[in-house]
Ligand binder design. Structure first.
Ligand code: GBH
Length: 506
């Protein structure tokens, strides 16, 4: 029987990595338990008006106490990989390496052990936005603006490799540098709420209108160098003996010309992908920023790598990561502006010149469904970076109106089922027809959770979390669909690669 099973090739290789994903701040809660120190999001969420309905992540999904249940959910669904992040201040409460919180180390030891004994591999993000508040002294030389944070991050990363690297074989240094750099320091919508130097604010005002595009580039530069240093540490001290892999994950959509007959709008497509993916992909692959950025960002605002930081970054990855949610139409304007989009002289919109929508709106206002963009951006990454191994570390959706539905109706998330199915099918085409080396797919998210500035009012989970009833968990229809789909793709013969979604909806 074993032989006959092994005789044909399945649609995707048997060792393709299927998983789901979470992040510490969004699920753990237990914000002040057992010596955890405050991070910038603990501070930011208490600034009135910053989070929808002034909600906080103090409890979140209480994953800290309830992870055994969530492991059971993954076992039920046959999900064998979980991407999750470590809370920096749970193990280093003040960010100081001389002040290690053993209770925090113990927590992650127990968590990783529980996952592994359930047959689930942990894929660990070191930084999913929860920087120690100790590094924030509210000057323009604090948080990621301070070049010294590079060494603090390296100390933290080193401690994680040393403590957990015998069991954690995949490390992701940074989640979406563009998001925390731009939203955190350009427009102030994420921690630390900085929209400076125009109005030099930290938290005090909402929105701000500052839109400086000076600080996001500095922040991103320091985060990139932090990544490079942590990779060097891993390679020099741990990789040979521990045998794991390391990289980062980058959020990027693809783009579609706003006016198909305007060649400048076609050019804007390349520029926009350079401003999202290549901003972080090029330094890793080539040790420098993309030409599309250096030629457009005026006034010396984009830092540059010197010989040593360039060498540090160049080749600093074993795989490339992609978080894909949506794509936009882009239109060349030629007008320099102050925000980061206009540095590329383009605007983006879900509508094109004829007023057509690129795809249906999710509940999140920034997310329109456009599955083909996933295949397009994968092809773009393959070409630009000479065919690297790629992991899709996030892909998922919030369903229109979902957050105001009662639980029994929210469980029937057809919109999410279609989203996931359509994106996975684009990925299958990418692997089989474009020969892109996609090695894994992680669905965001295992659980409804604290959705940053949107609080609990937007849900991305394949598991429903009832915030009005003791945080009970119930698997949504999309969870079962995903479970059936991944089972099919690893067992069905290659020639049956175009199933219909209805066969997975039971
Ligand atoms: C991911 O980012 C995050 O990694 C994850 O933690 C999060 O839960 C998930 O998205 C779902 O949101 O509100 O107009 O300022 C995806 C990329 C970039 C999407 C920032 C939201 C803010 C748009 N994100 N963007 S806006």
């Amino acid at each position: 029987i074993l032989l006959s099973v092994a005789c044909y090739a399945s649609v995707l290789p048997k060792d393709f990595t299927w998983g789901s994903a979470t992040a510490a701040f969004q699920v753990e809660g237990a914000w002040n338990i057992s010596g955890r120190g405050p991070c910038i999001w603990d501070y930011f969420q208490n600034c009135p008006g910053r989070i929808a309905l002034n909600q906080t992540a103090e409890v979140a999904d209480d994953f800290y106490h309830r992870y055994s249940q969530d492991i059971q959910i993954m076992q039920t669904l046959g999900i064998k990989n979980l991407r999750l992040s470590i809370s920096w201040t749970r193990i280093l409460p003040t960010g100081d390496i001389n002040n290690i919180n053993q209770a925090g180390i113990d927590f992650y030891n127990q968590l990783f052990n529980a996952l592994i004994s359930a047959g689930i591999q942990p894929w660990v993000t070191l930084f999913h936005w929860d920087l120690p508040q100790a590094y924030n002294n509210f000057t323009n030389q604090s948080t990621w603006l301070n070049p010294d944070v590079v060494h603090k991050f390296n100390d933290y990363a080193d401690l994680c490799f040393k403590s957990f690297g015998d069991r954690v074989k995949h490390w992701i240094t940074m989640n979406e540098i563009q998001t925390f750099a731009w939203i955190g320091y350009g427009v102030g919508g994420h921690a630390p709420g900085r929209c400076s130097p125009d109005i030099n604010s930290w938290c005090q005002s909402v929105g701000g209108g500052g839109n400086s595009s000076t600080e996001p580039y500095i922040v991103a530069h320091h985060a990139l160098i932090s990544h490079g240093l942590a990779v060097q540490t891993y390679r020099n001290k741990y990789q040979k003996t521990q045998g794991g892999k390391i990289g980062m994950t980058i959020n990027s959509g693809y783009a579609v010309p706003w006016n198909v007959s305007d060649p400048e709008d076609h050019k804007a497509v390349d520029v926009s992908v350079a401003f999202s993916y290549a901003w972080f992909g090029d330094p890793q692959a080539f040790g420098q920023y993309p030409e599309e950025m250096t030629s457009r960002i005026t006034g010396g605002r984009l830092p540059s790598f010197n010989a040593s930081t360039s060498a540090l970054l160049k080749g600093s990855y074993d795989f490339m990561g992609l978080n894909y949610y949506t794509s936009q139409y882009v239109h060349y304007t030629g007008i320099p502006g102050t925000d980061f989009g206009n540095d590329g002289r383009f605007t983006s919109s879900p509508y094109n010149a004829s007023g057509n929508l690129i795809g249906p709106f999710a509940e999140s206002t920034w997310l329109n469904v456009y599955p083909k963009g996933l295949r397009d951006v994968l092809k773009w990454i393959k070409k630009r970076y000479n065919d690297p191994d790629i992991y899709i570390f996030e892909n998922g959706v919030s369903c229109p109106g979902e957050s105001s539905l009662p639980e029994n109706l929210a469980l029937n998330d057809t919109f999410r089922m279609n989203y996931v199915f359509d994106h996975v099918m684009e990925m299958v085409d990418s692997v089989l027809d474009d020969h892109v080396k996609v090695k894994g797919y992680f669905l965001w998210s295992l659980l409804d959770n604290f959705e940053w500035a949107d609080g609990y009012n937007v849900r991305f989970g394949i598991t429903y979390v009832n915030y009005n009833n003791n945080l009970t968990r119930t698997i949504k229809d999309s969870g079962y669909m995903y479970s059936n789909l991944i089972q099919y793709l690893r067992t069905a013969p290659a020639e049956s690669r175009r199933p219909t979604i209805s066969s997975f909806m039971d």
